[in-house]
Design a protein around this ligand. Structure first.
Ligand SMILES: *[C@@H]1O[C@H](CO)[C@@H](O)[C@H](O)[C@H]1NC(C)=O
Ligand SMILES: *[C@@H]1O[C@H](CO)[C@@H](O)[C@H](O)[C@H]1NC(C)=O
Ligand SMILES: *[C@@H]1O[C@H](CO)[C@@H](O)[C@H](O)[C@H]1NC(C)=O
Ligand SMILES: *[C@@H]1O[C@H](CO)[C@@H](O)[C@H](O)[C@H]1NC(C)=O
Length: 440
């Protein structure tokens, strides 16, 4: 009977434990949107192996460190009112709200939603001058310190169709998140619209657009833009200009990510060309000299090659999340990552946690690129580690909890004994207690 009870408790505890561990683990995904509010990094929607347009919201809390082998995701109980992928989002400068803009939405009644991360509320903001027929996806937004945001180009390609076969918009949309007003600028004739580019706002007020696809005429086929021709928008003068870069060759790509490091460099990661992997995975553009370089050839803690992942800068760390794995030869079905990778932008090295001492000294002198195609095995290893880690933690917790239960039962038994003793014989209570304590 006692053994049976213990067995039952054991199973209940194991079940509870595995439930707690499993409930917040997101499916791998890509084409999601991300935004940082204080110490929380939020992820919205995306494509997963089971849906083209997820409405799920996850976050990771960056105020405490974690290891990249664990999955620190928490699911937000309230999903987006619509499923969405290829959207963009931005947090207001006062950190009170996230605006989710555009994307391929399961309902097109509005293209802008506002998320209040404190009260967990989604609302449709009333925006002056906003045309509710606005449809835009494959876009990337930037916001300045006053809450003015900028959305360049984009397409109206519908869900379930091939990327880039809708029309492109010859427009720069301006959304003031502080006054909730919307306006648009038509592109000058020498600026072509783009999709799946990155947008980085420099302190000088220049937005740097890198990569992505364009069309030479509205009806021609999509072509990849060169990473040597940098398109620049000046948010003070509302004017466009060009810059030619030098340095290493960075292959054209879309679905890559970009962050601005504290020392003024733009760090790009990943991307793909026609779903195939591009080189190098990791590159840095110096925004003073406009020279491209590869900052690290380390193979430690390095992500697999990814596209349509996200990258956000938190303090000195670039945090890469999710994404579709790419390889030289495109293999379907696609593999999606649900991992986090951390790049220290002060030491230019991939690390396994925030406080890890740098391991980033370049490991290979043969000049090989970051990815050698052997990264999938690396990833396989990390998931094995993860399982082992969970098992160890799981067994530890079960042992601890079982111990508690056993202790409790013993205490209870002893108490019963004491009570019995008290009833059966009139004797010194303190002695009995001392006696019962010794028995334990
Ligand atoms: C809103 O956008 C739609 C589709 O682009 C367009 O047909 C319509 O004229 C626009 N409405 C206004 C008031 O600009
Ligand atoms: C960018 O450079 C190309 C050629 O180098 C030129 O034709 C084009 O007009 C420039 N665009 C802008 C916006 O300056
Ligand atoms: C996806 O995973 C499968 C099984 O591990 C592998 O055979 C395939 O090559 C992977 N595809 C990509 C694009 O990484
Ligand atoms: C990494 O390899 C590339 C390509 O060979 C090289 O240009 C670059 O200098 C290397 N970077 C570092 C930090 O060693």
């Amino acid at each position: 009977m006692n053994n049976f009870q213990n067995l039952c408790i054991y199973f209940i505890l194991s079940f509870t434990y595995s439930f707690v561990i499993c409930q917040d683990i997101p499916e791998g995904r890509s084409e999601h949107a991300s935004a940082l509010i204080n110490d929380k990094l939020y992820f919205f929607g995306g494509v997963t192996p089971t849906t083209d347009t997820s409405n799920e919201v996850f976050y990771i809390d960056l105020s405490s460190t974690f290891d990249i082998l664990t999955l620190p995701f928490k699911k937000v109980s309230i999903g987006i009112p619509v499923g969405v992928n290829l959207a963009t989002c931005v947090s207001s400068p006062d950190n009170s709200a996230i605006f989710l803009i555009g994307g391929r939405m399961t309902s097109t009644s509005t293209a802008i939603y506002k998320f209040d991360p404190i009260n967990l509320q989604w609302t449709i903001p009333i925006i002056n001058g906003f045309n509710s027929s606005f449809i835009r996806n494959e876009i990337n937004i930037v916001i300045d310190g006053k809450g003015k945001s900028y959305i360049f180009g984009g397409t109206d390609t519908k869900t379930g169709t091939t990327t880039g076969n809708g029309q492109l918009f010859y427009e720069m949309s301006l959304f003031d998140t502080a006054s909730l007003t919307w306006s648009a600028l038509t592109l000058p004739t020498d600026v072509l619209p783009r999709i799946d580019y990155t947008a980085t706002l420099l302190p000088t007020g220049f937005i740097i657009y890198l990569g992505g696809e364009t069309r030479l005429t509205p009806s021609s086929a999509s072509t990849f833009t060169s990473l040597n021709d940098i398109l620049i928008f000046d948010i003070k003068l509302l004017s466009w200009s060009n810059k030619t870069t030098s340095g290493i060759t960075v292959q054209p790509r879309y679905g890559h990510s970009a962050v601005l490091s504290k020392d003024g460099n733009i760090i790009i990661f990943g991307g793909a060309r026609g779903s195939a992997q591009v080189y190098p995975d990791l590159a840095v553009l110096n925004t003073n000299t406009w020279i491209w370089s590869v900052p690290s050839n380390s193979t430690v803690n390095v992500p697999p090659s990814l596209t349509f992942h996200t990258a956000n800068l938190y303090k000195i760390y670039m945090i890469i999340a999710f994404g579709r794995k790419t390889s030289q030869v495109v293999v379907r079905p696609y593999n999606y990552s649900n991992n986090i990778y951390i790049f220290n932008t002060a030491t230019y090295s991939w690390v396994s946690s925030f406080n890890e001492v740098s391991q980033g000294t370049p490991t290979n002198s043969d000049g090989a690129a970051t990815n050698k195609g052997d990264l999938s095995t690396d990833n396989g290893n990390s998931s094995t580690y993860k399982i082992i880690l969970y098992l160890v933690i799981g067994i530890g917790c079960i042992a601890f909890l079982s111990g508690l239960v056993v202790c409790y039962k013993k205490c209870y038994k002893n108490r019963t004994k004491i009570e019995k003793n008290l009833m059966s014989e009139v004797s010194d209570l303190h002695d009995k207690e001392r006696y019962s304590n010794i028995v334990i």
